[in-house]
Design a protein around this ligand. Sequence first.
Ligand code: ZN
Length: 279
Amino acid sequence: MANANAEIGVIGGSGFYSFLEDVTEVEVDTPYGKPSDSLFLGEIAGRRVAFLPRHGRGHHLPPHRINYRANLWALRSVGARQVLGPCAVGGLRVEYGPGTLVVPDQLVDRTKARAQTFYDGETPVDGRLPNVVHVAFADPYCPAGRRAALAAARGREWEPADGGTLVVIEGPRFSTRAESRWHAAAGWSVVGMTGHPEAVLARELGLCYTSLALVTDLDAGAETGEGVSHEEVLTVFAANVDRLRNVLFDAVAGLPADEARDCLCGRALDGLDTGITLP
Ligand SMILES: [Zn+2]
């Protein structure tokens, strides 16, 4: 732990770091329990990156069982201040077919039973209980991170959808046709299962967070076939993992240096008395 330090966190699958040289595995514990897996620290373009497999390295954790609090806390505790969160999503519009990369700028929470705050008044940190804290979340994603992600995709000739709303459902089941049509009618763009509470927990720790959403299927309302299957999702994800990794690495390289950050993410807790000390 002592020599573990990173500046950027990436929450994604093992396909994003397994081929890097000199990856150091670091086990981290948190006041909220264990993260999904060890952190894997490596270097990309001179930036120290901590990778965390969101579902565990064997992909054994379903979205509703992921310890999101431990994941974000662990990343901050090794020094990460900016986080990239690639994820698989369903497209709610026919023009967002499989293989579309969406960099959303808004989020809707339709999860039901997830711990989504560090400031729960219950979990002690170093023997102290957190206060009640309400962070601003009108703009859930980091503008600088979004710019880096968009530029990285364009640099790889993969024109991304710039903006849009990610609606996050509890899962693990996919949507019914009625739910999917409802989400689309509301004007939302893509649907996933992990984007919340990941984004808000990052905000609560003053971390920059950016979602890179890869469309793996058209959601049930947007397609005429038999609806989404898990197999379809895995196939499309596998077909795109290489270029998504390239985009992620370019985005890492394009993120501002910590001290050059001009976004408000790192100041989310300014003037608030959290009652606890963040790692
Ligand atoms: Zn930011």
